[in-house]
Design a protein around this ligand. Structure first.
Ligand code: C5P
Length: 303
């Protein structure tokens, strides 16, 4: 064994999130375009007696402690599959906002899988992607990163050809949203309208914008079926989206199930300008600049 090992994993925004009907297993069929952005959670693992996960950083007090924690579950699952005892002490440092639609918990699970695999030098036949899918719909993407289409419940990935780099401003909310509550709200709104959701699709104009590396076209093509539901639960999000649009963002949308809002900028300087101006918006707790796409869970240093 070696250690300590440090791994970081990125948060994501969904450039498109098309949600189909509720399935019998409680999930919804999706067609989504995941895009990993440069806001990272980091985990450090080292040999220890028993399995322990400590959490610090952004929103650490909101993170589920103990065996319910996704990093904890990931390490336990990997050890079980590898047939070893999970004697590991892990420290998680969060920068991705918690319960905010950026898949922070999934990043933690992906980082824990990659760190555990490096620490224990697990056998190559243990497929981390399939363990990742068992841990959550967004975990396979957090392992892989980049830009990818997700289908099924989001766990089936196809990489997307994406030219260049895009610059984002992320408006972090003063509140959190529970992902199941936002999906349930979407079902309720659709039910009230007597709407049958069509099969989920990825928009062609979005794929073309990514292939062309065209930020303006990408800004116009961003879409999220969960946005209406997130705004229904947190009406103040419309003001946040409006504020970014008024500041000249090329596109604005709720990230995943929210409440983080993502704004696409022309370039890094434009992102800084939007971020600086947004900080005075009362509904926003803080603002981050990030670029994408970035790789998924990767070892930072190993000793
Ligand atoms: O897979 P994960 O544990 O991240 O999903 C959290 C919850 O989000 C699910 O229990 C479900 O309520 C909702 N969800 C969904 N359809 C998806 C993904 C998540 O309804 N495709």
């Amino acid at each position: 064994m070696t250690g300590p090992i440090r791994v970081r994993a990125p948060g994501k925004v969904n450039l498109a999130l098309s949600v189909g009907p509720l399935r019998a297993d409680g999930y919804h069929d999706l067609a989504t375009v995941f895009h990993a952005v440069s806001l990272y959670d980091e985990i450090e693992v080292a040999e220890g007696a028993g399995l322990q996960v400590m959490v610090s950083g952004e929103g650490a007090d909101l993170v589920e402690p103990g065996p319910a924690n996704l990093a904890h579950r990931a390490l336990a699952l990997l050890a079980e599959r590898a047939g070893i005892r999970p004697d590991v002490h892990a420290t998680l440092v969060k920068a991705i906002p918690v319960a905010a639609g950026m898949a922070g918990g999934s990043a933690d699970a992906a980082a824990a899988l990659a760190a555990g695999a490096a620490l224990w030098r697990t056998r190559a036949e243990i497929d981390l992607t399939s363990l990742a899918a068992d841990l959550g719909s967004d975990v396979p993407f957090a392992l892989r990163g980049g830009t990818a289409v997700g289908t099924g419940r989001g766990e089936r990935l196809t990489p997307v050809l994406c030219r260049g780099e895009f610059h984002w401003v992320l408006a972090l909310s003063r509140t959190t949203l529970s992902t199941p509550a936002v999906y349930a709200e979407l079902d309720r709104l659709r039910g009230d309208r007597g709407e049958e959701p069509p099969p989920p699709v990825v928009p062609d104009d979005l794929m073309q914008a990514l292939r062309d590396g065209d930020a303006r076209a990408l800004g116009r093509a961003l879409s999220n079926d969960l946005q209406e539901a997130a705004i229904s639960l947190r009406p103040e999000l419309s003001r946040v989206l409006e504020a970014g649009t008024d500041l000249g963002a090329l596109g604005a949308l709720v990230s995943g199930s929210g409440p983080t809002c993502a704004f696409l900028a022309r370039d890094a300087d434009h992102a800084l300008d939007i971020a600086a101006a947004l900080t005075s918006t009362p509904e926003i707790r803080s603002v981050r600049c990030a670029r994408g796409p970035v790789p998924g869970a990767r070892v930072v240093t190993s000793g």
